[in-house]
Each structure stands twice: as C-alpha cells, then as structure tokens.
Design a protein around this ligand. Structure first.
Ligand SMILES: Cc1cc2nc3c(=O)[nH]c(=O)nc-3n(C[C@H](O)[C@H](O)[C@H](O)COP(=O)(O)O)c2cc1C
Length: 271
C-alpha cells in the first residue's frame, strides 16, 4: 500500500482533543508547508492559524482544542474546487505530522472565525479545522455525531465510479484491472460534508472525469460545500496517482457524457 493510501485509511475526523497546544516544531513544519502549497487551478488559498484564547473561539462539536486553522479564498470561478484541494492537502499533511483535524463548515460561530481570519469584502472562509493532539477517548457528543452521519461507512465502488458512461458501474475488480483501485479508494474514503460523498467519477482511456451529485442544502450565495468536497476528491486522486509514479494533469473540458439529473461535470484528470 502506498504511504498516501495508508494516511487516507488512518485519517478520521477528530473532535475531542487532550487540551494541549500542538508541538511547536510540528506547527512550524505545517506552517512552512502552508506557505508553499499550490493547487492545479492556480488560485491563492490563504491559511490563518488562530489561537483559541486570543480570539475567544470555540465550536459546539469540539472539546479540548487550543488552535484552529481557517482557509480563505477570493470569490470567483473554480474557487470552491481549488479551496477543497488546497485545504485537503494541508489537513492530510497535518495528519501525517500526527495532528488531529476535522473539516468544520457549519458548526462554528462563523462571524467570529471570519473576523479572526481578517476576511475581506471579496473573500470567503467556508471552513476551518481545529489542530491538536487527539484525546485517548472520544467525548460522548463526538460518538453521537459519528453515529448520526454514519461516519464509519462509505458508498460502494459501483455507486460512485463508472466505466465510459454513467450506465456502466465500475466494480472494484474492474478498477483493479485498470490500475486505479488505490486512487479511487482514496476518493471513496475522503471526508465530505455530512458524509454525503457527492463525488462521481467516470473512467475513460487514461482519463477520469469528476462530477458533483448535488444534495439539497449545501449551496450558499458565496460557495457550494459539495463542490469543496469535489476539490477534496481531486486532491486525493491526484496525490495517490502521483505516488504511483503517474503524472496526472487537470483540465476543465466537459466530455459531453450524459449525466443523471442533478449531477454536474467538474473536471478531468488525464495521465
Ligand atoms: C466540507 C466539509 C464540511 C464539514 N463540516 C462539518 C461541520 O460543520 N461539523 C462537523 O462536526 N463535521 C463536519 N465535517 C466532517 C464530516 O462530517 C466527516 O468528514 C464525515 O462525517 C466523515 O467522517 P470522517 O471524516 O471521520 O471519515 C465536514 C466535512 C467536510 C468535508
């Protein structure tokens, strides 16, 4: 198994922390990574590391956290996908460094986090995450939350992935034959808002076309949380293929495949 897939498999949302600040060296490494982090859309995503006490921040779903990182992007075309990709890169790095994280897009006092992040008129801050040391035991509210969204389960391959068109589901064995089993598994196991897993992927000849299957209630006037989920999926797919020695390139060029109602084309990887 690749190192990246191992990281994907060992990651989970962490909402209960041990009350300590993360190690200073680890934080410095994460901050250095945040500074040079890029995304295939070339859109700047700004990260703000926010001290809980300094800014009087909190979240009703979290316990024992001391620090947060918020991510800010300018409004515009493809901002959501770039945002999901870049923030996922940062949070996977945090996991690699041993820190607990969880994407928070709803359960936070948004005004306070936006103010602490110095949000400007043309910017949005859809999500933040705590950064901390995972507690030995989950708080009861965390256990209940995980049950509520069935956080330990995911849809099967054939519900998410297709060969050539949406009429031909791709079972795991077929993905294996195509050499895409681990890359698609990295998408399947990714985090998503309310664990809705809105990503759908149609595999062609050395191409993967990514689509967003919309659920109701995730689009705000400024951003679409499920499009951010698609950015997360793009990052995981690209990172796994890159670790396998392939060279995936992202393009936005709708192949014209007939998609089910409420399912929109997002982007294509070609390698
Ligand atoms: C864009 C996005 C927004 C999310 N918002 C919240 C949130 O507001 N509160 C929360 O407790 N979890 C939130 N989550 C975490 C998901 O509930 C979690 O990723 C999902 O249930 C799967 O669980 P896992 O991450 O442990 O695999 C969010 C995840 C994503 C990707």
């Amino acid at each position: 198994m690749s190192n990246f897939l191992e990281l994907v498999k060992t990651r989970r949302s962490v909402r209960t922390f041990n009350g300590a600040m993360p190690d200073a060296k680890v934080l410095d490494e994460l901050k250095a990574f945040a500074k040079v982090l890029d995304n295939p859309y070339g859109i700047k995503v700004r990260f703000e590391f926010l001290d809980r006490d300094e800014h009087d921040l909190s979240s009703p779903v979290l316990t024992g956290e001391k620090l947060y990182v918020s991510a800010v992007v300018e409004k515009g075309d493809h901002a959501d996908e770039a945002y999901g990709y870049a923030f996922e890169a940062l949070l996977m790095k945090a996991h690699e460094l041993g820190l607990g994280t969880v994407w928070i897009g709803g359960t936070m006092p948004r005004d306070k986090f936006e103010k602490a992040s110095n949000l400007k008129e043309n910017e949005v801050m859809p999500c933040m995450s705590p950064l901390g040391v995972t507690a030995d035991k989950m708080a009861i509210k965390e256990t209940l939350m995980r049950k509520g969204v069935k956080a330990d389960t995911r849809k099967d391959f054939e519900e998410l992935f297709f060969a050539d068109d949406f009429g031909t589901p791709m079972v795991k064995e077929k993905a294996m034959e195509a050499g895409l089993c681990d890359a698609l598994e990295s998408v399947r196991l990714a985090p998503s808002a309310v664990n809705k897993q809105p990503w759908r992927v149609v595999i062609g000849d050395r191409t993967a076309h990514f689509y967003e299957k919309h659920d109701k209630g995730y689009v705000t006037p400024d951003y679409d949380l499920q499009r951010i989920d698609l950015g997360i999926a793009l990052y995981n797919f690209e990172k796994e293929l890159t670790e396998e020695g392939k060279c995936p390139k992202l393009e936005v060029a709708d192949p014209g495949i007939t998609a089910p109602n409420g399912t929109d084309y997002i982007a294509t990887y070609r390698w």
